[in-house]
Design a protein around this ligand. Structure first.
Ligand SMILES: Cc1cc2nc3c(=O)[nH]c(=O)nc-3n(C[C@H](O)[C@H](O)[C@H](O)COP(=O)(O)OP(=O)(O)OC[C@H]3O[C@@H](n4cnc5c(N)ncnc54)[C@H](O)[C@@H]3O)c2cc1C
Length: 531
C-alpha cells in the first residue's frame, strides 16, 4: 500500500485505477496537469488484470476480461503504449449435433473456402453464407463509419445514419436485432452465432424492445473499424501494465489502498478556483485532497453514492455472466474430429443456437439456471503461450464466458447455485468432447481441479462493479441524438454528470464499455477543453 498524497491540491483527481482511469491519468499528466489517481484495491487494473489463479502453476491468466477489440490504435500510438495484440487464426467454431451426428461451423478470421464449405455442410447450400456475407458487409460499413468518431466529440446520429445502407441502420439501430436475424438467416446455429455478440455482458431477449441487445451487438462489431477481437500478448495485465507505466512516466501520482468514500463538489478550494474535495481512508487515517476536476472511473451508480446519494437498489445495475478460468493438461478432442488447435483458437460457441439463447433467457428471467447453459470458450495460450510460464508441454488455458446467469439467480444460495451453473457450463462443453473436460483439467497437488469461477456477486465484491455488471451499467449508443444537450465539453464528449467539475471516466461513460480506454481518453479530452 502506498502512503499519502504528495500535495493537498491537484488539477485532477481520478477515483479508480481501472484501465480507463490509467488512460486518463496518462493523457492528462502528459499535458502537464497535476494528477492524483486513487484506487481502493492494492493494485491497479480493475477488470483488466492477470493473475496466477492456481498457486501450483505459474500461468498468469486474464482473470476477468480477456480479449481486446475496442482499444483504438490511436490511443496506443498517442501514449506510446508497449502493447501487442495478436490476431486469432479462427474467428469462431460452433460444434453441433445434427440427428446425433457431430459437426462444426467454422468461421475463419480471414473468411475463405473453408468457411464457405463449412456453411454448406451445415445448411446444404451457399444461401446462408451469402446472407452472412451480405449482413456483415453492411455491419462493416456501419463499423467503418462509427469507429473513427469514438475518439472525437459525439457525432450526430443523423450523420452516421446517412453514411450507411438504410436497411442495415434499421436492422441494427432501430428494430430489435432478433427481427433481422430471423429475416436474414434460416439456420438456428447460424442465427445463434450472429446473436451472441448482442448478449455478451447483456441480459436480454434478442427481441427486447429496449434494444440493449442491439447496442451490445454494435459495440462488439465496431472496434477499430473491423470488430476483430484480438489476444493481448502477456494477458490483460500487460495492457494495464503499459497504461500504468505511461501514467507514471508522465508524472501522475498513483495511490493504491485508497478507497474513496466521498466526493464533495463545489468545495472551497485553496485558490478559489472551484472544483471538488475527494476523501478516503487509507487504513490508518482520513485523507482528503482538493481537485479542479474529479474523474470517476467508478460506475455511475457508485458515483452517485460517493456524491451523497442513496444506495438505491431499484437503479442498481445487474450483471449476468459466469466467468470460468481453467488450466488444462492438454486440449480436449472434439467429437466432430476438428483440430482442437483450430477450434479452440477462436470463440467456440456452446449451447448458443438461436433457440437455445432465447430459451435460456426465458428460463433465467423466470429464476432458473439455464439448462443447457449458453456460453463460449477460447484458448488464450494457443495464440500467446507467453502467459503459461514454466509448465509441462501441452498445458493450455481455457476461458469460459457464460451468458444469461443474472446475479438474482445466485441471491438465495450462492454456493450451491454457482456449483450448478459451473456443472451446466462444463456439461455444455462435454457434449462435444470425446472425453469429459474433467479428464484434462490440471490439478493442484492436493487434487483440487484448476477451475476458477466468478459469478456476478464475486465480480462485484472483487471489483466494485455494481451488481457485477461488466460495463458498469447498460451501454448507450455511441452518438448524440437530435435531443442530446451538447453545450459543455463534458456533454460533447459524453462524460458529463450533474456536477460540472465531476466527469465520468470509465465503462459507464457513453462509449466507455469494455477494454477500450475510451472512457479515460474522452474524459481527459473534455478536461483539456474545459480548463
Ligand atoms: C468477467 C469479465 C469479462 C470481461 N471480458 C471482457 C473482454 O474480454 N473484453 C472487453 O473488452 N471487456 C470485457 N469485460 C468488460 C471490461 O473488463 C470492463 O468494461 C472494463 O475493464 C472497465 O474498465 P474501467 O477502467 O472503466 O473500470 P474497472 O475495470 O471497473 O475499474 C474501476 C476501478 O475503480 C476501483 N474503485 C471502485 N470503487 C472505488 C472507490 N470507491 N475508490 C477508489 N477506487 C474504486 C475498482 O477497484 C477498479 O479498479 C469483461 C468484464 C468482466 C467482469
Amino acid at each position: 500500500m502506498d502512503t499519502g498524497p504528495a500535495r493537498t491540491s491537484y488539477d485532477v483527481a481520478i477515483v479508480g485505477g481501472g484501465h480507463n482511469g490509467l488512460t486518463a491519468a496518462a493523457y492528462l499528466a502528459r499535458a502537464g496537469l497535476s494528477v492524483l489517481l486513487l484506487e481502493r484495491a492494492d493494485h491497479v487494473g480493475g477488470a483488466a488484470i492477470s493473475t496466477q489463479a492456481f498457486p501450483a502453476y505459474p500461468t498468469r491468466l486474464s482473470r476477468y476480461s480477456y480479449l481486446v477489440s475496442l482499444l483504438p490504435d490511436e490511443i496506443v500510438r498517442d501514449l506510446d503504449l508497449d502493447i501487442a495484440l495478436a490476431s486469432r487464426r479462427t474467428a469462431s467454431y460452433t460444434p453441433y449435433l445434427h440427428d446425433g451426428v457431430p459437426g462444426g461451423l467454422l468461421v475463419e478470421r480471414e473468411e475463405g473456402e473453408a468457411t464457405r464449405a463449412s456453411f454448406r455442410e451445415l445448411t446444404g447450400s451457399d444461401e446462408e453464407y451469402d446472407a452472412w456475407r451480405a449482413f456483415y458487409a453492411g455491419v462493416g460499413d456501419l463499423a467503418a463509419a462509427v469507429a473513427p468518431t469514438l475518439t472525437s466529440p459525439l457525432p450526430a446520429e443523423a450523420e452516421l445514419r446517412a453514411a450507411v445502407d438504410p436497411q442495415i441502420w434499421a436492422d441494427v439501430v432501430q428494430r430489435p436485432l432478433g427481427e433481422a436475424i430471423e429475416r436474414r438467416f434460416r439456420d438456428d446455429v447460424v442465427r445463434g452465432v450472429v446473436g451472441t455478440d448482442a448478449l455478451i455482458g447483456t441480459f436480454a431477449s434478442l427481441h427486447d424492445p429496449s434494444l440493449i441487445q442491439n447496442r451490445c451487438f454494435l459495440y462488439h462489431l465496431i472496434g477499430n473499424g473491423t470488430g476483430e477481437w484480438r489476444v493481448p500478448i502477456g494477458g490483460m495485465g500487460a495492457v494495464t501494465g503499459a497504461l500504468e507505466a505511461a501514467a507514471r512516466a508522465a508524472g501522475a501520482e498513483i495511490l493504491t489502498g485508497a478507497g474513496v468514500s466521498q466526493i464533495v463538489p463545489d468545495a472551497d478550494s485553496p485558490d478559489g478556483s472551484g472544483g471538488a474535495e475527494v476523501r478516503w481512508h487509507d487504513g490508518t487515517s482520513e485523507r482528503g485532497v482538493h481537485a479542479r476536476f474529479v474523474l470517476a472511473n467508478v460506475a455511475p451508480w457508485i458515483l452517485q453514492i460517493l456524491l451523497g446519494g442513496p444506495e438505491d437498489e431499484a437503479t442498481k445495475p445487474e450483471g449476468a455472466q459466469l466467468k470460468i478460468n481453467l488450466l488444462l493438461a492438454r486440449l480436449p478432442r472434439l467429437r466432430s474430429g476438428a483440430d482442437p488447435a483450430e477450434a479452440f483458437a477462436g470463440t467456440l460457441h456452446l449451447a448458443e443456437r438461436y433457440g437455445q439463447l432465447e430459451a435460456a433467457y426465458t428460463a433465467a428471467a423466470a429464476g432458473e439456471v439455464p439448462d443447457p447453459m449458453p456460453g463460449e470458450v477460447y484458448c488464450h495460450s494457443l495464440t500467446d503461450p507467453s502467459i503459461l510460464g514454466d509448465v509441462p508441454p501441452g498445458t493450455h488455458t481455457l476461458t469460459y464466458f457464460g451468458l444469461h446467469t443474472p446475479a438474482s439467480l445466485f441471491a438465495d444460495d450462492p454456493e450451491a447455485t454457482k456449483a450448478l451453473a459451473v456443472r451446466r457450463a462444463l456439461a455444455a462443453l462435454d457434449e462435444h468432447l470425446v472425453e469429459p473436460i474433467d479428464e484434462v483439467v490440471l490439478r493442484d497437488p492436493d487434487g483440487t481441479p484448476c477451475i476458477e469461477a466468478k459469478i456476478p456477486q464475486e465480480v462485484e465484491a472483487d471489483l466494485a462493479m455494481p451488481g457485477g455488471h461488466i460495463f458498469h451499467g447498460d451501454l448507450d449508443w455511441p452518438w448524440a441524438s437530435a435531443r442530446t444537450r451538447l453545450d459543455t465539453p463534458a456533454e460533447r464528449w459524453g462524460v458529463h454528470t450533474d456536477h460540472p467539475q465531476v466527469l465520468l471516466c470509465g465503462s459507464g461513460a457513453r462509449r466507455g464499455g469494455a477494454v477500450s480506454g475510451l472512457g479515460g481518453h474522452n474524459a481527459a479530452r473534455a478536461v483539456l477543453e474545459a480548463r
